[in-house]
Write a protein that binds this ligand. Structure first.
Ligand SMILES: Nc1ncnc2c1ncn2[C@@H]1O[C@H](COP(=O)(O)OP(=O)(O)O)[C@@H](O)[C@H]1O
Ligand SMILES: [Mg+2]
Length: 244
């Protein structure tokens, strides 16, 4: 089943040309890693797919529908970089932060039935935070907070999950935990698009790669088709770079 098709997408900010003729297709269960130097356009591409930025050149099809007509927003989950300055006085509980993403879709607030409780338990279990529903988000560790945000994305049953450097600024043990969670979500059939500050780790977990070199025209490859020397080039920064 085709999830996302991007054809000849180009994008410029007023003074900067960022994406050039980017094309790729994802099917259900794919794990796409987007690789490229700082400023290559990775976040821009994710924002375009999320309809945060408008595009004019190229064509994007989501679940078989033109992006401009796509309305099933609950099929798309998004996890951004960790909100690093989460105030420890932040008053919301885990349950409130996670469920808000479901109620905003349902269009009303406050109703919390046994069905919802089951969903909450399910997504908290998936991110290893069972029993944390009444804890205050501001009091949790950075890695736990980021897992709360993954649970928040999961509560609407997304089929496609976009993540822009979800592990940046998180301690090493939490990074591993979060990567394991993401891999396991992917094994359960969720299609993943992810950028990461740790290129080798992203190459390890992805099965498709979109590699941005200097000119913005991402090169789309199956990881299985990469030779060892191409992989070494990626790690050496000749095709795609590590963030410094
Ligand atoms: N809102 C903006 N207005 C103008 N230029 C921007 C804006 N956002 C990003 N850019 C520029 O676009 C390029 C791509 O940025 P970005 O997509 O954030 O790259 P990446 O996520 O790969 O680091 C960079 O040169 C950046 O400076
Ligand atoms: Mg970015």
């Amino acid at each position: 089943m085709e999830i996302l098709k991007v054809e000849n997408l180009s994008f410029d900010y007023s003074d900067t040309s960022v994406l050039r003729d980017v094309s790729f297709t994802l099917h259900k269960g794919d794990f796409l890693g987007i690789i490229g130097a700082n400023g290559a356009g990775k976040s821009t591409l994710i924002k375009i797919i999320l309809k945060i930025l408008p595009y004019s050149k190229g064509k994007i099809t989501l679940f078989g529908e033109d992006l401009s007509r796509f309305r099933d927003n609950h099929k798309i989950g998004y996890v951004s970089q960790k909100a690093s300055s989460f105030n420890s006085d932040f008053p919301a509980t885990v349950k409130e932060v996670v469920m808000a993403n479901l109620y905003s879709r349902k269009g009303f607030w406050g109703w919390y039935g046994s069905e919802d409780k089951k969903k909450l338990d399910d997504v908290l279990g998936k991110v290893g935070l069972s029993g944390y529903e009444n804890r205050r988000v501001g009091k949790l560790s950075g890695g736990q907070q980021q897992r709360v945000f993954i649970a928040r994305a999961l509560i609407s049953d997304p089929e496609l999950l976009l993540m822009d450097e979800p592990t940046v600024g998180v301690d090493a043990q939490s990074v591993k935990q979060i990567m394991d969670i993401i891999t396991s979500l992917n094994k359960q059939g969720i299609t993943i698009i992810m950028t990461n500050h740790d290129t080798p780790e992203l190459v390890r977990v992805s099965d498709k790669l979109l590699i941005f070199c200097e000119h913005g025209n991402g090169e789309f490859v199956s990881r299985a088709n990469l030779t060892m020397s191409q992989i070494n080039d990626i790690f050496a920064g000749k095709r795609g770079h590590h963030h410094s």
